[in-house]
Design a binder for this molecule. Structure first.
Ligand code: SF4
Ligand code: SF4
Length: 414
C-alpha cells in the first residue's frame, strides 16, 4: 500500500505505517519534517511532556569526518527534530552512551560528533552523555535479559524519540531502531550482555527484551538513512552507501523491516526484528505495513551483508558450539585501547611490537566472536578470519551424520 499525504491525524493511520522521504538537494530538515508530517505531525507524539529525549546512534566518533558520517546519526536529523520540538516550546536532550562503555569515552565521542553545534545554536537543546547521571539497575523481565544497568536519564524520560542510523552489523546482521536502544545501557554492562548473549540468537533476544521494556517511552522512531553503511558494520570497517532517505514510524519493528527491505534483503533474516514481531511488539510483514511517501522499490539497493553474521547461522557452528569466525588485526593501530576496554571477555591486550608500534593481541581461546572490537575501532584496524574450521568439522560432521542416520533408520522402520 502506498499513500502520499501532507499531514493527517495519526489516529487515522494504522500504527504500522512507515514514512519514506527522499532528501532533495541535501535539505535534511524539509525531509525530516515531511516524514513526521506524513505520520500526523510531531505534536501527536510528544503530548504534554516538557522535556523530550532524542536518542541518536553515537557509537564512536572518529576524528575523520568521512568516517564518522557513515557511523553516527547525522546531526542535521537531530537539528531538524530539535527545531520542531522547540517550536512546541519543549526542552530537548540529545543523549547516548557510546560504545566506549564509559563516561570519558562518550564525552570524547560527543566532542567529535558535531552534535555540540546544535546546542550552541539553540538555548533549550542539551547534548548529554547518558553515563553522566549514572545507571539504575532494573529488572526488565525479558526472556533472556533480566537485571540491567539502564541510564537514569532514560528511566526518568517519559517521551523518547529514537533516532537510529541504517547500517549492517557484524554480529546482528543489521542495526536500526531496535538495536539503537542498546546505547541506553551504561558502562561495562554492555560488555556483560554481549557475554550473556554470546550468539546472534542470544544477543538478539537481549535486544528485544530491552526494546520491550523501553517501548512505552519510545513514541517515535526517525531513521537517518542519508548515508547508510554496508559490509562489516556498524563501525569504521563498513562502507558508506548513499541512500538519501529519511524513514519514520511509531513502530520500531515495522521501521526495521522496511529499512532492511530497502537494503535489498528479507527483514525476516534479522533475528531481532523477527523475535520482536513474534513477541507482538510490532509488524514485520511488509504486506501489512502502510508505506507513506516514496515506494520501497524506487529506492531499494543490494547491501553487502557482513560475512561474519551470515556465517553465524551455518549449521556446523550450531552443532559444535565452536566459533569459526574471529576478528583479525590488520594495521593502523593508534593505541587508543578502546578495543581492549570494550572487549566483553577481556581477551585483548594492546602491546608494542619490536618497532615500538602498538597493536592488539587477542587470546582466541576466550573470544566469543561478538566483533565489538571491530565495531569500536576508530581506525578500521580489524577484519575477520576463520579459525577452528577443522575442529568444528571434526565434531560437526559425526553429529550431522548421526542425525541423518537416525532419520533414515526411523523412515525405514516406519
Ligand atoms: S586496534 Fe583500534 S581500537 Fe584497538 S587500540 Fe588500536 S586503534 Fe584503538
Ligand atoms: S576479541 Fe573482539 S570479538 Fe573476541 S570477544 Fe573480544 S571484542 Fe568480542
Amino acid at each position: 500500500m502506498n499513500i502520499f499525504l501532507l499531514s493527517i491525524n495519526s489516529d487515522e493511520l494504522p500504527m504500522s505505517s512507515v514514512a519514506i522521504v527522499y532528501v532533495e538537494k541535501s535539505d535534511v530538515e524539509t525531509a525530516v519534517r515531511k516524514a513526521v508530517n506524513l505520520l500526523g505531525g510531531i505534536e501527536q507524539f510528544v503530548s504534554d511532556e516538557d522535556v523530550i529525549l532524542l536518542k541518536p546512534n553515537l557509537l564512536i566518533a572518529p576524528k575523520k569526518k568521512e568516517v564518522r558520517d557513515k557511523i553516527r546519526t547525522d546531526p542535521r536529523v537531530l537539528e531538524a527534530l530539535s527545531k520542531m520540538l522547540l517550536e512546541l516550546q519543549k526542552k530537548v536532550i540529545i543523549g547516548d552512551c557510546s560504545a566506549a562503555g564509559h563516561d570519558g569515552g562518550t564525552r570524547e565521542a560527543i566532542l567529535q560528533s558535531d552534535y555540540l553545534e546544535i546546542s550552541e545554536k539553540f538555548d533549550n537543546v542539551e547534548i548529554r552523555s547518558l553515563e553522566k547521571n549514572g545507571p539504575i539497575n532494573v529488572d526488565v523481565k525479558g526472556k533472556k535479559l533480566r537485571k540491567v544497568n539502564i541510564a537514569k536519564d532514560i528511566l526518568d524520560a517519559k517521551t523518547i524519540i529514537n533516532v537510529p542510523k541504517m547500517k549492517t552489523h557484524s554480529m546482528t546482521l543489521y542495526t536500526g531502531a531496535i538495536k539503537n536502544l542498546f546505547g541506553t545501557i551504561t558502562g561495562g554492562d554492555k560488555t556483560r550482555i554481549h557475554s550473556l548473549g554470546a550468539s546472534i540468537k542470544g544477543f538478539s533476544q537481549c535486544l528485544v527484551d530491552l526494546y520491550a521494556f523501553e517501548k512505552p517511552k519510545i513514541k517515535l522512531n526517525v531513521m537517518d538513512a542519508i548515508i547508510a553503511l554496508e559490509g562489516m558494520g556498524p563501525g569504521a570497517s563498513g562502507q558508506a552507501v548513499e541512500m538519501n532517505l529519511i524513514l519514520a514510524s511509531e513502530d520500531a519493528v515495522a521501521l526495521d523491516a522496511v529499512a532492511f527491505k530497502l537494503m535489498g534483503h528479507d527483514p525476516k533474516k534479522v533475528p531481532a526484528t523477527r523475535y520482536a514481531a513474534e513477541q507482538g511488539l510490532g509488524e514485520i510483514d511488509l504486506t501489512k505495513i502502510t508505506i507513506l511517501g516514496e515506494k520501497i522499490e524506487d529506492h531499494q539497493k543490494k547491501f553487502k551483508l557482513p560475512v561474519t553474521a551470515k556465517i553465524a547461522v551455518i549449521p556446523f557452528q550450531r552443532f559444535t558450539n565452536i566459533s569459526i569466525r574471529h576478528p583479525k588485526y590488520t594495521s593502523g593501530c593508534i593505541g587508543c585501547q578502546d578495543c581492549e576496554r570494550a572487549c566483553p571477555e577481556q581477551v585483548i591486550k594492546i602491546v608494542k611490537d619490536k618497532k615500538g608500534n602498538e597493536k592488539p593481541i587477542i587470546d582466541f581461546k576466550g573470544c566469543i566472536s561478538c566483533f565489538t572490537c571491530m565495531e569500536i575501532c576508530p581506525e578500521a584496524c580489524y577484519t575477520h578470519q576463520f579459525r577452528n574450521v577443522k575442529k568444528a568439522l571434526a565434531i560437526g560432521i559425526p553429529i550431522f551424520l548421526t542425525i541423518i542416520g537416525a532419520i533414515i533408520a526411523l523412515v525405514l522402520l516406519l
